[in-house]
Design a binder for this molecule. Structure first.
Ligand code: ADP
Ligand code: 5GP
Length: 421
């Protein structure tokens, strides 16, 4: 399986050596590309439009901010600079690594938007050396150099939010350092799917993945929320990570994926995936009814609430004495939907009879298969980064899915399903 690219963010004070190290990375690793930022500052000396920066007007920059073009942007030393979000996402999705050379505030924005980004803080040995490098570069006036120097302490104060620190003393050792960070990150299992070497030991499951090429897969994910009043709601602990991992697994296998997601932390699929956001079980059912037409397969990984308040109070319930909240059942989505395509359902179970209960549910819902995991065992299910469980098919056969990150578990599930389709 192909691995996804890395998003490497090199930040630090002006003159720290970010551009030097960013250029070193893209020259060393052929899949790494430099992100050309937009800026409102005028071009200096030999700088070329589209190569060093995209030099744009203030009005043009404001328009791009308003249209959400930027993954991050910041005002740095009196000018605005920004990184194109769509370009970064498309490059990563195509398997490339992206290297950003941006200021510290921008780097922190990137981490919020893309938690997998690798943040490297670069700093020369001391402020005097930083000053010498800034002046030695010969691109800035004395006034600009002293402004940039005086901003450095504030930028250094934020280094605790970074993943790596790189002392840029000699260029030879910091070049080796940044290469080591890049190589180590490429080897992290969390940033890649199954390495091809490992795939060769499990050819059955992975040949199953090829069955999904060109298939239209609808993934329904995340928790639902049912309002008590305009402010409070009843929900559950689903993070949406398993649903998102299923989306990524089917994408890796070449399927055309659409996602329906309740409100959750992990609901941002790659840019190519249409995302329909919903809140309540009733909204999820309506979205499913519309999106399921034409789907070849439905993955029901959503944690749909079973109950909702019978009456939703307008406004905000005032603090006072206790009160009884009357709940009514929500519709059973799969039973109401009667999907026109095979369905994988998920069943989170507690206690010893979980397999039997999951089987019973699968038959009632008419699913093609059910993935059962145990909520009462740590490392499985909601709010966990990892999962493991059993995939049971309607014909009574089953397969154990070994534990691992949800991304790995999702690939194994998609492969096992593909084998049976
Ligand atoms: P930044 O992109 O962080 O503003 P640059 O990469 O432009 O910084 O580096 C600032 C100046 O310092 C450049 O002239 C560069 O050639 C020089 N430089 C970078 N790293 C080193 C180093 N390790 N030793 C000496 N000079 C360096
Ligand atoms: P310079 O004007 O010297 O090229 O860059 C000034 C500062 O702006 C540097 O710290 C540089 O890393 C930062 N910068 C360049 N591009 C971007 C960007 O797209 N976003 C942010 N936040 N900072 C940037």
């Amino acid at each position: 399986m192909s691995s996804r690219g890395l998003l490497v963010v090199i930040a630090g004070p002006s003159g720290a050596g970010k551009t030097t190290l960013a250029r070193h990375l893209v020259e060393t690793f052929p899949e790494a590309v430099f992100s050309v930022s937009c800026t409102t500052r005028p071009a200096r000396g030999s700088e070329r439009d589209g190569v060093d920066y995209r030099f744009i007007s203030n009005d043009e920059f404001s328009g791009l901010v308003a249209s959400n073009h930027f993954l991050e942007w910041a005002e740095v030393h009196g000018n605005r600079y920004g990184t194109s979000g769509e370009w970064v996402r498309n490059t990563l999705a195509a398997g490339g690594s992206v290297v950003l050379d941006i200021d510290v505030k921008g780097a922190l924005q990137v981490k919020r938007a893309v938690p997998a980004a690798v943040l490297v803080f670069v700093l020369p040995p001391d402020p005097a050396e930083l000053g010498r490098r800034l002046s030695g570069r010969g691109t800035d006036s004395n006034d600009t150099v002293s402004k940039r120097l005086s901003a450095a302490a504030g930028e250094v104060a934020l280094l605790g939010a970074f993943d790596y620190f790189m002392a840029n003393d000699s260029l030879a050792s910091s070049s080796v350092g940044i290469e080591s960070v890049y190589r180590a990150e490429r080897m992290r299992l969390a940033s890649q799917s199954w390495p091809s070497e490992a795939v060769s030991y499990h050819t059955g499951v992975f040949s199953g993945l090829s069955a999904w090429k060109g298939k239209r897969v609808l993934v329904c994910s995340g928790p639902t929320r049912e309002g008590m009043d305009d402010v409070r709601f009843i929900s559950n602990r689903s993070s949406g990570l398993m649903g998102l991992s299923m989306v990524n697994a089917f994408l890796d296998a070449g399927a055309l994926v659409t996602m329906i997601s309740g409100p959750c932390r992990h609901d941002t699929p790659p840019g190519s995936v249409p995302l329909i956001r919903v809140e309540t079980a009733a909204e999820m059912l309506a979205a499913l009814r519309e999106a399921v037409a034409g789907a070849d397969f439905l993955v029901m990984a959503a944690a749909v609430g079973d109950y909702r308040p019978k009456v939703v109070m307008p406004g905000k319930l005032r603090r006072g004495d206790g009160f009884l909240l009357e709940l009514e059942p929500t519709p059973d989505l799969l039973v109401s939907l009667d999907a026109p395509c095979p369905v994988l359902s998920f069943s989170l179970e507690y206690g010893p009879d979980c397999r039997e209960r999951a089987l019973e549910k699968m038959l009632k819902k008419g699913s093609f298969a059910v993935f059962v995991n145990r909520g009462d065992i740590p490392g499985q299910g909601m709010e966990s980064e990892t999962n493991l469980g059993e995939l049971i098919f309607a014909d009574g056969s089953s397969a154990e899915v070994p534990g691992g990150s949800k991304r790995f578990v999702a690939l194994a599930i998609a492969g096992l399903l593909g084998e049976r389709l």
